[in-house]
Design a protein around this ligand. Structure first.
Ligand code: NAG
Length: 368
């Protein structure tokens, strides 16, 4: 009798001290608030969020339509993205963060589909001061009637010093949507990413037919590009100028940042720095995080950096090389020489117009 009481007391004391130590350990961890700590903290939350997440395939647009689903940097690199904080986390650690709540976006990635918007979004969520929902919320086009409260509820919780970023590449396609965005917040920051129009066409083609089984017949690329009269894919896919002009018509220039996918792929650090400056954020990306991979001819993540485990969790990179865009052009259709010439000739004047509009030239392989 006496013996078993002693044992019980001993057990209770042991359990209580175990949890006590655990709590102290966790709060110390969070109190550190170093940049790396914050990165890691985000990825832990992202993991938790992913567990809670129920995949929702409903409402994904038909593949053959002009899908805004854009899940690649190049080729068909799919990203398993983290960085998505889910509401209703009862993690006690959140109490130590001042004023954590869901906030409306202060920045939007509004276009273009098949230009690497997912990779860009994912990269940006590696910044400790940026949070972003994984899914395209499509509030300003498809879910507008659900209202602002609904929109806010789609956002991950954030602290006061974090910026909420939402990505829906189809926003840029409609002047009505741009007007709605302006009415929502006339000072919102808009990020647009563009890409070699021919590569974009190839990428859309590959995406549209990615589920066609090996050996089965796919439509000829040339026929697919020309479409029928109601659906001319060339004009749709090379028409950056028209859509960007609509953005310039609605918003002041200093709220609009136009990036090139090719720059992002070849020098992610300088693009990240540009975005940090544009959003008014402290620099969090440094050159130590990247290295130049001579074989690939572009920058990859440095595996030696303390930040790399987080990168591995949040961005689909090759764990051996730290590189994105591993399968560059893997599924892209070949273009016969004559048709390539025809495309280049047709598109080149559009590019010139575009460069004049955005005030910078972009080197595009197909047009060199
Ligand atoms: C927004 O609307 C689209 C189309 O109606 C739907 O498929 C999508 O799931 C909605 N987004 C969210 C986050 O519910």
């Amino acid at each position: 009798m006496v013996k078993s009481t002693t044992l019980q007391i001993f057990l209770v004391v042991a359990i209580v001290s175990f949890f006590g130590l655990l709590v102290i350990h966790r709060s110390l961890n969070i109190g550190a608030f170093s940049k790396a700590g914050k990165f890691i903290r985000k990825s832990v939350l992202a993991d938790q969020a992913q567990e809670e997440e129920v995949p929702d395939s409903a409402g994904v647009p038909d593949d053959d339509s002009e899908s805004d689903e854009d899940s690649e940097l190049d080729g068909d690199t799919e990203f398993e993205v983290g960085g998505n904080f889910r509401p209703g986390s009862d993690d006690p650690a959140e109490d130590t963060w001042s004023n954590v709540r869901q906030r409306l976006p202060k920045a939007l990635i509004i276009g273009f589909s098949k230009c690497g918007t997912t990779a860009l979004r994912t990269f940006l969520t590696l910044h400790p001061n940026i949070v972003s929902p994984i899914e395209e919320v499509r509030y300003f086009n498809f879910n507008y009637t659900k209202g602002l409260d609904w929109y806010r509820r789609q956002m991950p919780p954030s602290t006061e010093d974090q910026i909420t970023l939402e990505k829906t590449p189809s926003y840029i396609m409609s002047p009505i949507v741009l007007k709605r965005i302006y009415l929502f917040d006339s000072r919102v920051k808009l990020i647009i990413i563009i890409r070699d129009p021919i590569v974009r066409l190839q990428s859309q083609y590959a995406h549209s037919f990615r589920n066609v089984p090996e050996g089965a017949r796919k439509p000829d690329f040339k026929i697919w590009v020309k479409g029928d009269s109601s659906e001319n894919r060339i004009t749709h896919f090379v028409g950056y100028t028209k859509y960007i002009r609509q953005v310039y018509d609605q918003f002041p220039k200093d709220q609009i940042l136009v990036l090139a996918e090719e720059d992002f792929e070849q020098n992610p650090l300088s693009v990240m720095k540009e975005v940090e400056e544009f959003l008014g954020l402290e620099p969090a990306f440094s050159k130590e995080m990247f290295y130049f991979n001579k074989e690939k001819g572009f920058y990859c993540f440095n595996r030696e950096h303390e930040f790399f485990p987080t990168v591995l969790k949040m961005v689909k990179v090759n764990s051996r090389t730290g590189c994105l865009g591993e399968d560059k052009g893997r599924d892209h259709p070949d273009i016969d020489e004559d048709f390539h010439k025809e495309l280049v000739q047709f598109i080149r004047p559009h590019n010139e117009q575009l460069f004049r509009l955005i005030g910078k030239r972009i080197v595009w392989e197909n047009f060199e």
